[in-house]
Design a binder for this molecule. Sequence first.
Ligand SMILES: [Zn+2]
Length: 321
Amino acid sequence: MTTPPPTSTPPSASTRADRIAALGYDYAAQPREAVASCNLCGRTRFVVLSHQDRYGYAVEAHACETCGLVFLNPRMTAAAYGRFYDGVYRPLVSAFHGRLIDAVTIQDEQRAYAVERAALLAPYVAPGAKRLLDIGGSTGVVAEHFARAFGLEGTIIDPAPPELAQARALGLETITGLAEEHDFGDRRFDVVALCQTIDHLLDITAVLRRVREVLVPGGLFFVDIVDFRAAYLRNWSVEQAVKIDHPYYLTQETMRGYLRHVGFEVLRTAYAADRLHVSYVCRPAPPAVGGTADAAGAEAMLREVRFVQNTPRPAAAPAER
Ligand SMILES: [Zn+2]
């Protein structure tokens, strides 16, 4: 038996651009809407930061001049995002990374995520806590781990029925829908989690207000962000840090601004092991009076963006991950 001669590139090893093009997703044809005012501070003056996302789609990321909140503008409508998550999102992320990423393959990653975040939360969960609400909880891997670790009854609210079916199989209560629209009546929760979800929301303020409404007094809120600064610094590219899946790009400054604005006190902040996410353990507090804008933070970010856009990548920086 002879070894076959080396062949040309196998068909599976296409380039990233080819794989994305092969999906045939026409982003330019999707209905979009302009963002008229900043979701965090309400102001209307924005700086256009970039013109393309990591997939190559023509999309602008804007930053609010006043508070530094970064968001896509215009961005897809809620209906267009609904269709995007129902069949485009996972194949697009798979095409980008060149390997299959779906609701099944992400579960190992989610288990590791759940263990790391549960350790962060553990010192703060009250001994008598009973009920957990996981907003955007997907297949329930994280909620199931939190529920088991802390002896809580877990409930998930998520718009995707196929993922909720998996969550039910784990023994979790499921609600199909969006937290900002669902009527929780007089139900209250001891712990509310918003895991790897906030960057995907269309109205962060509305969701955070809802979280505060459904938390018991002294309840615990866990939220984490993809830190936009970490994303552009590791890629040394703003375009590579922007993706149509995320309407919002939070930083430590803007996330703290949101928490102050809606009325949360941060008990602990943690940089995740992946060096990309930042986690916050919070509890309700009186909302900040007056402005929530961090003008110095906004200015510093804009200067840093400009530096990254026009300075060669430092030699010691890791390759794109
Ligand atoms: Zn703003």
